[in-house]
Write a protein that binds this ligand. Structure first.
Ligand SMILES: [Zn+2]
Ligand SMILES: [Zn+2]
Length: 276
């Protein structure tokens, strides 16, 4: 399984000044690609990596906030070439799809094969990949879910946006890789996790590798490296800060899971794809 970070931005300034990219991340298993949380610029980030958006089989939103969904309509249109090649799936919480102000336009949905609402305990087994919604996070009154993704004998957890809650890490026990959205360095009375909040999460979940991402301004510069080192020291869990275009490859041999990390080379650095 490969995870490719198409963005690591969290707070407003980091996202809207594009100090870090905000395209979410891709999960790949064999030829299958699932795009999780395609925020602003997701299409451009795919093109930069040389990935044809027509090859994305599913889009999954953990919640409706714009930094996680800004490019969802663009991607549905790119996946289906504006309706010429119908197909693909979309999974999202109810308040992203229904009500007065859905973030996925109804007009585009008819081009998809499958549109499914995520609820607590929701699970889909799909082309050998299992996606499970772990927990309804407390996050500004917006329906938000963490994820566990399984396939090829490996497990990945994604602790999405939300407030720290007792026992959150227990829900991710047994994952090989845990991605945690640590927006801030120190806890604030907000519905976002901080590096400090991640300590009990990592201590409880005990993944092989943890990756922190979704950074606000105060996390940038040397703070990201210091934060990863701090978490490693406090919990004994190897921890890396995510970088834009970082890829993590996980594979199992017998009883052991191997994890490799690299930065992908951009095929189209300007984000302008193809030969003219
Ligand atoms: Zn959010
Ligand atoms: Zn967010």
């Amino acid at each position: 399984m490969r995870i490719l970070f198409l963005g690591t931005a969290g707070g407003r300034r980091v996202t809207f000044k594009q100090m870090r990219a905000s395209g979410g991340f891709l999960v790949e298993s064999g030829p299958w690609r699932v795009h999780v949380d395609p925020g602003p610029g997701a299409l451009v980030r795919l093109i930069q990596c040389g990935i044809d958006p027509g090859t994305i089989e599913a889009i999954l939103l953990t919640h409706r906030h714009l930094d996680h969904s800004g490019d969802v309509n663009t991607l549905v249109e790119a996946r289906t070439m504006g309706g010429w090649t119908k197909g693909g799936s979309l999974f999202a919480p109810k308040d992203a799809l229904e009500g007065e102000d859905p973030v996925v336009f109804r007009y585009h949905r008819k081009n998809l094969d499958r549109v499914e609402v995520i609820t607590s305990g929701w699970e889909v087994t799909w082309n050998g990949l299992v996606f499970r919604a772990v927990w309804p996070h407390l996050h500004h009154g917006v329906e938000t879910y963490g994820l566990i993704i399984e396939g090829e004998g490996v497990r990945v957890g994604y602790v999405a946006d939300g407030r720290q809650e007792d026992g959150l890490g227990e829900l991710y026990k047994g994952v090989d890789l845990l991605i945690v959205n640590t927006t801030f360095r120190r806890p604030r009375d907000m519905d976002h996790l901080s590096v400090e909040d991640a300590v009990p999460i990592l201590a409880q979940a005990r993944p092989r590798l943890a990756i922190i991402t979704h950074f606000s301004m105060e996390m940038l510069g040397k703070v990201v490296m210091e934060s990863a080192a701090y978490l490693e020291e406090k919990t004994g869990v190897e921890t890396l800060p995510a970088r834009d275009f970082m890829e993590i490859v996980l594979h199992r041999h017998g009883n052991e899971v191997f994890i490799e990390e690299a930065t992908v080379e951009l095929v189209h650095p300007l984000g302008l794809g193809g030969e003219v």
